[in-house]
Design a protein around this ligand. Structure first.
Ligand code: 173
Length: 318
């Protein structure tokens, strides 16, 4: 009887102890440490650490020097780190449909409202042992940047730096492609290994690519996705209070996504200032270019992930 009573008292005592415990989570960035995305995230980490005292702390480990860009997904999956800031294209080696989120035509807020966020988490939990915490880039198209002039959407004879984001699209337009992490783009341009690259409308100044860029092709396509993903076991070890706190902070991070609209306008002007000329497709040609982008983009996702691709398409399209 007495033993049972002690056991019961302990059972009550354990959650109280868990509540009082502070957990420190290790975060790495798949993007360069001195770039826009780490800059955008830094105040959020500070806020979490200020408001999470005695509960949750985030320890920023670093960028690709700590864990190479294309290995961050596996590091999060296996729990080598707790949180990764990455884009899905960098961890298609963990789950091919990670790259589908670039095809979203609705905002992160709408994705929470229509069930997309929940379904993403179901898939990410199961296939990558990850929690999809927050989408921290939105309202941001990708572009093709070139050093050779083209006058129609035909990339035959061009060699382009890509990630999985652009592969199906650029290949469909006839390009030859080579995959590199952001950290290798400058050297590839400098050595003339590539004639251009895919990248969002913002961020080309982070690693001085403007020095090696003559043209930007318009219109932009897709919607650049950068997110915080967390190891599922690390998530499950948190108390309900810690989980609620992180969820609230994740939603607050997503609420800042509208900041990208101003950043993107500023970066577009800065590109012009730097002498980057635009090659603009218009009218029916522009529409066909974008249609092709989405058509081959979804076809690629659905081929690689026939089990989840169709539902992702349904939930993420307008
Ligand atoms: O490296 C890339 O071009 C890429 O895939 C990407 C994805 C999202 C944001 C920025 C870059």
């Amino acid at each position: 009887m007495k033993v049972l009573r002690i056991a019961a008292a302990l059972a009550v005592a354990v959650p109280a102890a868990a509540l009082a415990q502070e957990t420190t989570l290790k975060l790495v960035s798949a993007f360069p440490e001195n770039g826009l995305y780490v800059k955008h995230l830094a105040p959020w980490i500070d806020q979490v650490n200020a408001q999470g005292k005695g509960m949750v702390q985030i320890n920023f480990i670093g960028g690709p020097k700590a864990i190479p860009t294309f290995e961050v997904g596996n590091a999060v999956k296996t729990g080598v780190v707790d949180i990764g800031m990455s884009t899905g294209a960098f961890y298609t080696n963990v789950m091919p449909e990670a790259d589908a989120l670039k095809l979203a035509q609705i905002s992160a807020q709408e994705q929470r409202r229509n069930g997309a966020h929940e379904y993403i988490n179901e898939v990410w939990n199961k296939k990558a042992n990850m929690v999809y915490l927050a989408r921290m880039v939105d309202y941001t198209p990708f572009h093709l940047y070139l050093n050779k002039k083209i006058d129609k959407p035909d990339l035959t004879g061009l060699k382009l730096r890509i990630t999985p984001v652009y592969r199906d699209f650029f290949q469909a337009l006839g390009a030859q492609v080579v995959t590199t992490a952001p950290g290798e783009v400058y050297t590839a341009l400098e050595r003339g290994v590539v004639d251009g690259y895919g990248w969002p409308i913002h961020g080309i100044f982070d690693l001085n690519w403007q020095e090696k860029t003559k043209y930007r092709v318009d219109p932009g396509f897709y919607s650049a996705e950068v997110a915080l993903v967390m190891n599922l076991d690390a998530w499950k070890k948190l108390s309900a209070r810690q989980q609620d706190f992180l969820t609230k902070e994740a939603i607050a991070l997503e609420a800042r996504n509208k900041e990208w609209k101003k950043i993107n306008a500023d970066e577009t002007a800065r590109q012009k200032q730097a002498g980057i000329q635009t090659i603009a497709f218009r009218g029916a040609e522009a529409r066909a270019y974008l249609e092709k982008a989405y058509e081959v983009g979804w076809a690629g996702v659905i081929k690689a992930a026939p089990d989840t691709g169709p539902k992702l398409k349904q939930l993420l399209s307008k």
